[in-house]
Design a protein around this ligand. Structure first.
Ligand SMILES: Nc1nc2c(ncn2[C@@H]2O[C@H](COP(=O)(O)OP(=O)(O)OP(=O)(O)O)[C@@H](O)[C@H]2O)c(=O)[nH]1
Ligand SMILES: [Mg+2]
Length: 163
């Protein structure tokens, strides 16, 4: 597979404003967590080598939903991360549904592209342990603050991208 640093595999990260996309990618790529909210504009790029494979994350600002730039964001996508905020599940789920429609409109083969659903801010949730994403469903509860399950979620996507 041709995935050198000059030709990395592209992963788009989508979800509503403030859902935690930038925090997730920053923590995964650089190991840092910024508790302050700094609104993204447009798209930010970060690259990380995973098992010798270069992955480029496209962190698309929540306000880009329905953007006319859509086609450019989705061209050549090899993996998709949808980010839900566990502390605001209702509105983040509604936003992810809209993003899914956007992805399907702009990415004709979206059904064939590996996809992971990441429910983030797990550290903010008081849980009795009764809700856990089922293994194999492509759903993960994670925290960018503590790093909880973050590697498992993204590694599972990368593994499917490699097949
Ligand atoms: N406690 C906690 N806070 C988080 C977590 N992930 C993100 N946050 C906070 O949530 C806020 C929003 O996170 P961002 O990553 O900036 O959100 P975003 O999805 O990139 O937002 P846009 O750039 O507007 O699209 C920030 O204050 C983060 O520090 C987490 O896992 N735990
Ligand atoms: Mg952001």
């Amino acid at each position: 597979m041709d995935s050198t640093s000059k030709n990395p595999l592209k992963v788009i990260v989508v979800g509503q404003r403030k859902s935690g996309k930038t925090a997730l990618i920053q923590r995964y790529v650089s190991g840092v967590f910024n508790p302050e909210y700094e609104e993204s504009t447009g798209v930010d790029f970060s690259t990380k080598e995973v098992d010798g494979i270069s992955i480029q994350f496209w962190d698309i600002a929540g306000d880009q939903l329905g953007s006319p730039l859509c086609a450019g964001y989705y061209e050549g996508v090899r993996g998709i991360i949808s980010v839900y905020d566990l502390s605001d599940l209702k509105s983040s789920s509604e936003a992810v549904l809209k993003w899914s429609a956007d992805v399907q409109r702009c990415l004709p083969n979206s059904k064939e592209v590996p996809h992971v659903n990441v429910f983030t801010k797990e550290d903010l949730c008081v849980s009795d342990g009764s809700w856990k994403p089922l293994p194999g469903t492509g759903m993960y509860a994670i925290s960018a603050k503590t790093g909880y399950c973050m590697n498992e979620a993204i590694d599972s996507l990368v593994t499917r991208m490699m097949k």
